[in-house]
Design a protein. Structure first.
Length: 550
């Protein structure tokens, strides 16, 4: 927890009359506490209603086993529910604007479309400005503040309509289309329409697209405008900031024989659910998607859990969401050790990494990374080799980017020293081919060796999802897997125990440090730095294994 909650709560009433949605308290000298208003999730606009309006009917429901599958309660502690409150998003938004001030309006419009989608769509429909920073949607005096703070909410996703652009590039980057006639699409045929029409003025309607991955493509395929790093002007080119949907399309998970949609993994299904707690005539439904929206970001979920007052969070079930997130991560990949041998004082072995997810691992936003932590321990219990040791600040020993802002770790297919750490990540380059962590300056990837999904042919896929040259040339880096060979000179006495862990970081160390260069440019950056410095989670282990070599 940042600062002292007792001090914070004592002063909250003094802040009630302030005009700004975000206030700063200086507690314990210079430490900043950011107080974000939660927002009222009972709002109604012309096209949308808040999550609490939906909760009155869609909470308090169970499946065939009696397990609670309440829609709003499962959703409200997810990253989607808190998309507008996310302090990393706010900090990065402020940083990008400080580095490209002439593009503030374009940056805010692009980000608002997926982080505050109901406010964005409603403002556009009203002919009003779409903005985030004060006096935009983050200001509690903005009349769409409540809609913004409800994040990616029920009536947004369930009003995305199926048209000719859904699942195509024309529909990517927040260009989803909303039905503005208050039609709520759902995955079940023959819905009872009268109860919803009478209570909330929405008409439920069946549509198969609600169960398809294309529903997610509007926000999870994101192409950003490229800024020339010399002139500061737009080049007209587009940069594939994240392309999860296209990665899935080019995997075996999109094929009819073994097809799994985004919902199948991130919204696991259950049976025997009465989708509303009201109405005696409502029958049970099978294949009901639980609204976990489970991902991989325990780092931010834990920050939300421990800083609820400061971040305007109302949810109380982060422990369960974090547990589900860990379970999801632990199913994402496996590691194994093979071909072990001793030869002239060198311990040789291969580490095989298998990607079980339907997209690249790590997926999405290019601040994430997966890496191998490998140790060799001799018969006396002494560590005779270690590659990938994590420091308490989130940096990794031996990783070039963590040691220097101007370098990055190469792709490795052979490790011979502790200074070589296999890291699966995306590293951006600007228009001049130089390393950058500024999203608006991203023009290409210097490195993209994120683990590929099964069925993904790296040699023929579109350039927007193609791995970088080093990974392209590595014959052991293929669809669904990678193999890294180790040849390690060892001392000590046999037998040797090899331990390998595949670890995940939601925010890479250097990415965070680059952001913190703007700590004095906006309060959002300062607040996130304090949250980061006090965070409990620096990594998650996806899978680990051991092998003993005589």
């Amino acid at each position: 927890m940042i600062g002292k909650v007792s001090v914070l709560m004592c002063l909250m009433t003094l802040l009630a009359g302030c005009d700004s949605q975000t206030q700063s308290l200086f507690v314990e000298d210079t430490e900043v506490v950011n107080v974000v208003k939660t927002g009222d999730a009972n709002f109604t606009t012309t096209h949308f209603s808040g999550s609490n309006v939906c909760a009155s009917c869609h909470n308090g429901i169970t499946d065939i086993s009696g397990t609670d599958v309440s829609v709003e309660s499962d959703w409200d502690s997810t990253m989607m529910a808190n998309a507008a409150r996310d302090p990393l998003f706010r900090a990065k938004l402020a940083s990008e604007i400080s580095r490209n001030p002439g593009l503030q309006s374009a940056i805010e419009k692009k980000c608002a479309r997926c982080h505050t989608p109901m406010a964005s769509v409603q403002a556009q429909s009203n002919g009003e400005a779409v903005a985030l920073l004060s006096p935009g949607f983050f200001d509690e005096n903005n009349r769409l503040f409540d809609a913004a703070m409800d994040g990616v909410s029920c009536t947004l996703c369930h009003q995305i309509e199926s048209n000719s652009t859904l699942g195509t590039e024309a529909g990517f980057s927040g260009n989803y289309s909303i039905n503005l006639n208050r039609i709520i699409y759902g995955p079940f045929a023959n819905p009872m329409s009268m109860p919803m029409q009478q209570s909330v003025n929405f008409t439920p309607q069946y549509s198969s697209h609600m169960s398809g991955s294309e529903l997610c493509s509007g926000c999870h395929n994101l192409l950003t405008d490229v800024v020339d790093s010399v002139t500061g002007t737009l080049t007209g080119a587009k940069f594939p900031e994240q392309m999860i949907y296209s990665e899935w399309e080019n995997s075996s998970y999109s094929q009819n024989t073994s097809k799994k949609s985004c919902q199948d993994c991130h919204m696991p299904a259950t049976n025997g659910v009465r989708v509303s707690n009201r109405g005696m005539m409502i029958s049970t439904r099978d294949n009901f998607s639980k609204h976990y929206f489970v991902g991989a970001n325990t780092f931010m979920l834990d920050i939300f859990k421990n800083n609820k007052e400061q971040l305007g969070v109302s949810a109380n079930n982060f422990d369960k969401t974090i547990e589900r997130t860990r379970e999801n991560l632990q199913s994402a990949a496996t590691v194994s050790i093979g071909n072990t041998s001793m030869n002239n004082g060198s311990l040789n072995f291969d580490v095989n990494v298998i990607n079980n997810s339907g997209h690249k691992l790590p997926g999405g936003y290019p601040a994430r990374r997966v890496y191998l932590h490998t140790t060799i321990i001799d018969s006396n219990g002494s560590i005779v080799f270690e590659s990938g040791k994590l420091n308490s600040d989130g940096s990794i020993v031996g990783v070039d980017s963590d040691a220097s802002a101007n370098s990055y770790e190469a792709h490795h297919n052979l490790v011979t020293s502790a200074e070589q750490v296999p890291v699966y990540e995306a590293i951006m380059a600007n228009s001049q081919g130089q390393l950058t962590y500024t999203l608006m300056n991203g023009a290409s990837y210097l490195k993209d060796n994120r683990l590929l999904p099964t069925g993904f042919d790296k040699n023929i896929v579109d350039v927007k999802i193609k791995p970088s040259s080093d990974a392209i040339l590595d014959n052991n880096f293929t669809a669904g897997q990678d193999m890294v060979s180790y040849q390690i000179p060892v001392q000590g006495t046999a037998p040797y125990t090899i331990n390998v862990a595949l670890n995940y970081q939601a925010l890479a160390y250097r990415y965070a440090q680059d952001l913190f260069q703007d700590v004095n440019s906006h309060e959002y950056v300062k607040v996130f730095k304090t949250l980061y410095d006090n965070a409990n989670i620096r990594k998650e282990t996806i899978h680990s294994t051991s092998s003993i070599v005589p």
